[in-house]
Design a protein around this ligand. Structure first.
Ligand SMILES: *Cc1c(COP(=O)(O)O)cnc(C)c1O
Length: 462
């Protein structure tokens, strides 16, 4: 007991620590953070002593711990990370990386005032929705368009406008849950629409929809099975079948296409994903999709389709609550402009560029990275390159795995699990995959500057 008292008494004092040169020379960190870290650091040790987790300590260790707290508390919580997983649209890692021109547009628009809601020609109040409507129409062929916060908001707004108090018919095979507990049935309920499920999980026919139609039907909703596939004995309607039902009955056909794609990527060796243009051309009344999935822009929900419906949505009070902000609009307009030239889009939009990288280039990149890592970690790890598979992610092409090259690292003196964790917790965190005790780095999702950071960080850890 006496020992415990002694230990507690000899814990360093805050005012003494404040006088240390290392603390005095800290620049640009608020004093409140320094004081909080000192208190917290000492508290942790006090509790460890009280609860007899430690029987002795070294003052320098306490000080080191406090310095690490200061470092942690004074850096941004939301930070850039290196995605070495090969999953191109990683929802946990911020989904699409936006193009350079989109980054510049955000900087330019947010550094000063702008014409967000001002009509420069007339000198009167304008609409924030006007900035991207024309270009969405130009790319998709739609009559009108509206952008909101994200695709979940888009679906909600569409249903709230066209289907409030009315029935929305959906196939049982399309009651999707997208990550983060976004469930189509729940969103429909929130919007005020009454969900009418038809068909079976694996098969839904034209007559299932037709039999469900009555005077209170507000719309028919087709949902893209973004993140799963039902295989085997299956039947779902084609877009054309929906449009035919719509024409016959006058009921609006709404398609939640999920990942908004404008380019036929089957030309580049990937599985065909239905494009927004195709749905519009075939006559779907309203199509909704995300801005930050394969489209490669900022988080946004885009609604494109018939003018009579879009006009109603613009007047819905909910639109105000779901509205998109100026930074997002800037990034979205800049991204959409890239699509005016397909070649430019494929080159400049990071996710499209990553998804269409050739195996030759990936192999060269993997060789370059493995050499650079080997030169840093020397004999502390075995480093080799192997063929592997990348994922698209972001609820797109769930079954697609694309051939890639990875660098596989087996540390000789440290547990790979430990290395994986330390990479994740580095100043610039590096998120990797573990596979059978090797750390896997997929070069598909790396940027030019990441290579040096990866080899240096690994060299410090391994
Ligand atoms: C991803 C997805 C959503 C949700 O889109 P967010 O932009 O994340 O809100 C909705 N529906 C489908 C079919 C999706 O794939």
């Amino acid at each position: 007991m006496a020992e415990k008292k002694e230990l507690l008494k000899s814990l360093p004092k805050i005012d003494v620590l404040l006088e240390r040169e290392e603390i005095k020379s800290i620049e640009g960190v608020p004093r409140s953070i320094i004081l909080e870290s000192l208190r917290e650091g000492i508290d942790v040790y006090r509790n460890n002593i009280l609860e007899e987790r430690i029987k002795e300590y070294n003052t320098e260790d306490i000080f080191k711990y406090i310095m690490s707290l200061i470092q942690k508390k004074s850096s941004m919580h939301l930070k850039r990370v290196i995605n070495a997983t090969g999953t191109v649209l990683h929802t946990n890692l911020g989904r699409a990386v936006i193009a350079e021109s989109a980054v510049n547009a955000v900087l330019n628009i947010s550094r000063g005032y702008n014409n967000l809601e001002y009509d420069l020609d007339e000198g009167i109040r304008g609409s924030r929705y006007s900035h991207v409507e024309d270009i969405v129409c130009k790319i998709t062929g739609a009559e009108a368009a509206l952008v909101v916060n994200n695709n979940a908001a888009a679906v909600m707004l569409v249903l709230s406008t066209l289907c409030n108090g009315k029935e929305a018919i959906v196939s049982r095979g399309q009651l999707v849950e997208v990550g983060g507990s976004f469930r189509i049935p729940s969103v429909m309920e929130q919007s005020g629409a009454k969900l009418v499920e038809v068909g079976a999980t694996n098969r839904t026919h034209v007559y299932d929809y037709e039999n469900a139609i009555n005077d209170n039907t507000g719309c028919i909703l087709k949902v893209h099975q973004s993140n799963y596939k039902i295989l085997g004995f299956t039947e779902e309607l084609e877009v054309g079948d929906f449009v035919a039902i719509g024409k016959k009955t006058g009921i609006p056909i709404i398609e939640d296409i999920g990942s908004g794609i404008f380019i036929d990527i089957s030309k580049y060796g990937l599985t065909y994903e239905p494009t927004v243009q195709e749905s519009i051309r075939k006559g779907v009344d309203i199509v909704t999709f995300s801005g930050d999935k394969i489209l490669g822009g900022p988080q946004a929900g885009i609604i494109a389709g018939k003018k009579e419906y879009i006009e109603k949505m613009k007047k819905n009070q909910l639109t105000r609550a779901l509205r998109i902000d100026k930074m997002t609009l800037a990034a979205l307009e800049a991204t959409l402009r890239l699509y005016l030239d397909e070649e430019v889009a494929l080159r400049e939009i990071p996710c499209l560029n990553m998804l269409t990288k050739s195996k030759d280039i990936l192999k060269k990149d993997a060789l370059r990275l493995s050499k650079s890592i080997r030169s840093k970690v020397k004999d502390r790890a075995e480093v080799k390159i192997c063929e592997d598979h990348s994922q698209v992610g972001g609820g797109a092409m769930p079954l697609e795995s694309i051939d890639t090259y990875v660098v596989a690292i087996s540390p000789r003196f440290k547990k790979p699990q430990e290395v994986e964790k330390e990479l994740r917790q580095a100043d610039i965190p590096i998120v990797t995959r573990l596979y059978k005790d090797t750390i896997i780095i997929d070069v598909r999702t790396l940027f030019k500057d990441d290579y040096k950071i990866i080899s240096e960080t690994l060299s410090n850890i391994i």
